[in-house]
Write a protein that binds this ligand. Structure first.
Ligand code: AMP
Ligand code: MN
Ligand code: MN
Length: 356
């Protein structure tokens, strides 16, 4: 990792203008990593922009250290010579606008200006699309890699930089409860706290900020959860009109998919969000005994063994039907579904698919 850090340091030293970016529909690791990288770019004196689709209201937890844009049009002539993608497992995840840049190297809206591309990520299967690639699937969060780079540079993980890294760590480890919670990432969290992060204050800003409408929607969703495959799969879907009627957005659903694992006996949680234009975003969650990457990959998605996602061009009921069928088959295939599996699969055949 040292030689990659050296190359990365050199890239920041030589850059005048830096764009940090992350995957579409950014989660806390994406936002935290892009923000932490912006702090690093500013440390090098670079003019910096952050490409993140987080809406106009800013981020509820982090104060972003540089102007945030949701698309290239908002860059208003700012052409970076260094673009750092964080938490972005492949070109498609970078969004439609960034695909030509990743695939052919020319920055959108320019006459083929070719910035240096860096890929920092922790998704297995990342094709290493950058000129510099720091891809480590064993790391809990991309923010952990960014934190290690900051420490390599001698920057303390304090203030906004520490908060940004911490947001990535807590998001991707489920507050240090998932199987990716390593001693290394806990050690980094400890260093952030030692450098001054107020954990209770951070939690108040990050978690204790729900609207009543959000809590009521979660209640409605929890009421509608269904069980399938003899209780091994829990499923919930949210219709767009429910969100619209409550004035809520997809950020209000962050964390819901993981709650679907809480039910006793459930191995896989399936959460389906209807989006505009007959499209659905699907989230799959398991504990480490069932690999959800495979069913996600069948629909062009990806992610991690215990948290993966995909987008399907069908309505939510159809998405549920297709995925439940696939998950049942996958449960039968993956070896852990042996033991009581015979009993489970017989029962699952009696459960009507599509009641989700
Ligand atoms: P989500 O369910 O959206 O929170 O995503 C869980 C994990 O799967 C994250 O690591 C995402 O980056 C990844 N992921 C989600 N959707 C996709 C997709 N369409 N393609 C590839 N990876 C995805
Ligand atoms: Mn992410
Ligand atoms: Mn991540």
């Amino acid at each position: 990792m040292q030689s990659i850090f050296q190359a990365l340091e050199q890239a920041f030293k030589e850059a005048g203008r830096v764009l940090t970016a992350a995957h579409i529909a950014p989660d806390g690791d994406a936002v935290g990593s892009a923000a932490a990288l912006a702090h690093i770019a500013l440390h090098f004196g670079c003019e910096t922009r952050i490409l993140l689709d987080i809406g106009r209201g800013g981020h509820p937890v982090l104060t972003l250290p540089a102007p945030v844009v949701s698309g290239c049009a908002e860059l208003e002539g700012f052409v970076p010579d260094l673009v750092v993608f964080a938490d972005c497992g492949d070109a498609a995840r970078a969004g439609a606008e960034m695909q030509p840049l990743i695939k052919s190297g020319g920055f959108p809206g320019t006459d083929g200006i070719r910035p240096l591309i860096v890929d920092i990520d922790h998704h297995a299967g990342n094709p290493e699309y950058g000129r510099i690639n720091l891809v480590r699937p064993e790391r809990a969060a991309t923010a952990e890699l960014v934190g290690l780079f900051a420490e390599y540079l001698g920057l303390p993980l304090s203030g906004g930089l520490g908060e940004a890294v911490y947001l990535g760590l807590v998001t991707d480890t489920g507050n240090f409860t998932f199987s990716n919670t390593t001693a290394d990432c806990l050690g980094m969290a400890a260093r952030i706290v030692a450098a001054g992060l107020d954990v209770a204050d951070f939690t108040r800003r990050a978690d204790n900020n729900w609207s009543l409408a959000r809590m009521r929607l979660w209640g409605k969703l929890m009421n509608s959860v269904t069980l399938h495959a003899g209780g091994a799969v829990s499923c919930c879907l949210v219709r767009k009109e429910w969100l619209d009627a409550a004035g809520l957005g997809s950020e209000d659903l962050e964390g819901f998919a993981s709650r679907l694992r809480c039910l006793k006996g459930v191995r896989v949680g399936l959460f389906i969000r209807e989006e505009a234009g007959r499209k659905c975003r699907v989230s799959l969650r398991s504990m480490s005994d069932f690999d959800v990457r495979r069913p996600a990959a069948l629909f062009g998605g990806g992610g991690h063994a215990s948290a993966a996602g995909a987008t399907l061009n069908v309505g939510p009921d159809e998405a549920a039907r297709i995925l439940l069928k696939e998950l049942e088959a996958e449960l039968r295939n993956q070896s852990i579904s042996r033991g009581k599996a015979g009993q489970r699969s017989r029962r699952s055949q009696q459960i009507k698919i599509g009641e989700c």
